[in-house]
Write a protein that binds this ligand. Structure first.
Ligand code: F6P
Length: 409
């Protein structure tokens, strides 16, 4: 039996108190309920944007775009993602113990199981659609918006999220065009898995206005395609992670900064200034079920790092959530490598270049990391199609270089 003396209890209390005060001293929470009451030492995302615009007036348009994005992230975190499992396809709240009438309303609009509960895929789609409309409403302030439905052409994986629309936003009188993945990872949301919104902002190469609120016509689609450029041209990119906390990571091309949503005041607070990814890590993150479809060189790489036979000389350990933003966030903070490589079944990989891999590659490079197809820099790929896919290796610089060396053998 374990006996705990009073002295031991006091010691435990002292250690816990010490950790609590250390955490609090990084970001004091003794604030009023209104953001105006924030002391100057607390950097909110809005303040950060104002200061960044002051030192770089070119960022003025970005400020309004970022303000819409942060509103959307807050709304998705608090009104959409946190309601996963209790909201049905038709927007009604659904409780397992609720009356049969609420169940029948859900079953009428979905391919639900006999008991009225949503299927795995429908639950993800319902939440995705809500996130999508939240983002659209938030962006409405900035100007015109196009909704592009991702094509499934060339991808024979029916379970992928390629039918999910991608938003393309183009602000009135603004020189920017933005691409979004409204809720990546939503396919698994009914299992409580973290999800994220990804965004990338380009300077517009050519004027190409799209009718607001309408799906994009073929000619507008062609026009938009011309405005889309390689990732090196991104002026800003980032993601919102919806998890145990809501984190917004972003870069305007001069480093990466991370903001955590403080739900008590509804503000994103700068918690991760100037994030730098370690030059090497010990985590690898890949769907190993695809191993038999990889090239021999790629199989050798993963075998070697697992067994401590790689350049690091120590064994790597696996971490794979299967939700892109969550896997990238961990990789950015702890280092290591995330991979969704091209394979024999998907010679172009699975992930979308424009609204998934490109913005994340930009962020990782800005944090001092690497982003490669395995054969070249992702940010240099000139997109030929809106639904273009690419294989990718994203993470610590030395880890990404190492996998490139294996693939070049
Ligand atoms: O693109 C959708 C997505 O769910 C990503 O969030 C994730 O990284 C990837 O697909 C997971 O794919 P798989 O289930 O094939 O490992």
């Amino acid at each position: 039996m374990i006996r705990v003396t009073l002295v031991q209890l006091l010691l435990l209390y002292a250690v816990a108190f010490h950790h609590t005060t250390r955490r609090i001293s990084r970001y004091p929470l003794h604030l009023g309920s209104s953001p105006e009451a924030l002391p100057d030492s607390i950097m909110t995302l809005s303040r950060f944007m104002i200061e960044s615009t002051r030192s770089n007036p070119d960022h003025a348009d970005l400020e309004s775009l970022m303000s819409s994005i942060q509103i959307a992230c807050k709304a998705i975190a608090t009104n959409v993602v946190s309601k996963a499992g209790i909201v049905t396809l038709d927007g009604q709240e659904h409780y397992a113990s609720s009356s049969s009438s609420s169940r029948s309303s859900s079953s009428s609009s979905s391919s639900s199981s006999g008991d009225g509960s949503l299927s795995h895929a429908d639950a993800g789609q319902a939440i995705f659609d809500r996130a999508n409309s939240v983002l659209k409403s938030a962006l409405r302030f900035t100007g015109k918006l196009g909704v592009l439905s991702g094509s499934t052409a060339g991808d024979n994986n029916s379970k992928s999220n390629n039918n999910h629309p991608m938003l393309i936003e183009e602000a009135w009188n603004s020189k920017y065009v933005a691409v979004f993945d409204p809720l990546d990872g939503s396919d698994n949301i009914d299992a409580g898995i973290s999800t994220g919104t990804i965004f990338g902002i380009f300077t517009e190469a050519e004027e190409c206005l799209v009718d607001f609120g309408e799906d994009v016509s073929d000619s507008a689609r062609q026009c938009l395609l011309q405005t889309l450029q390689p990732g090196v041209n991104l002026v800003a990119a980032g993601y919102c992670l919806y998890s145990s906390s809501t984190v917004l990571m972003l870069s305007f091309g001069a480093g990466v900064h991370g903001f955590t949503l403080d739900p008590s005041i509804g503000e994103f607070i700068l918690t991760h200034p100037n994030v730098k990814i370690p030059s090497r890590g010990r985590y690898y993150s890949v769907n190993e079920a695809n191993q038999h479809k990889w090239s021999n060189n790629l199989q050798d790489y993963f075998q070697d790092i697992k067994r401590g036979r790689g350049e690091l000389g120590a064994s790597y350990t696996a971490r794979y959530i299967g939700s892109l933003v969550a896997d990238i966030h961990r990789t950015l903070l702890y280092g290591g490598i995330f991979a969704y490589p091209a394979d024999s079944k998907r010679p172009k990989g699975k992930l979308n270049l424009l609204h998934e891999v490109g913005p994340l590659a930009f962020l990782l490079e800005q944090a001092g990391g690497g982003a490669s197809t395995g054969y070249g820099r992702i940010l240099e790929i000139v997109p030929k199609a809106l639904d273009e896919k690419t294989g990718c290796f994203l993470g610590s610089k030395d880890d990404v270089k190492e996998v490139e060396k294996y693939l070049a053998r």
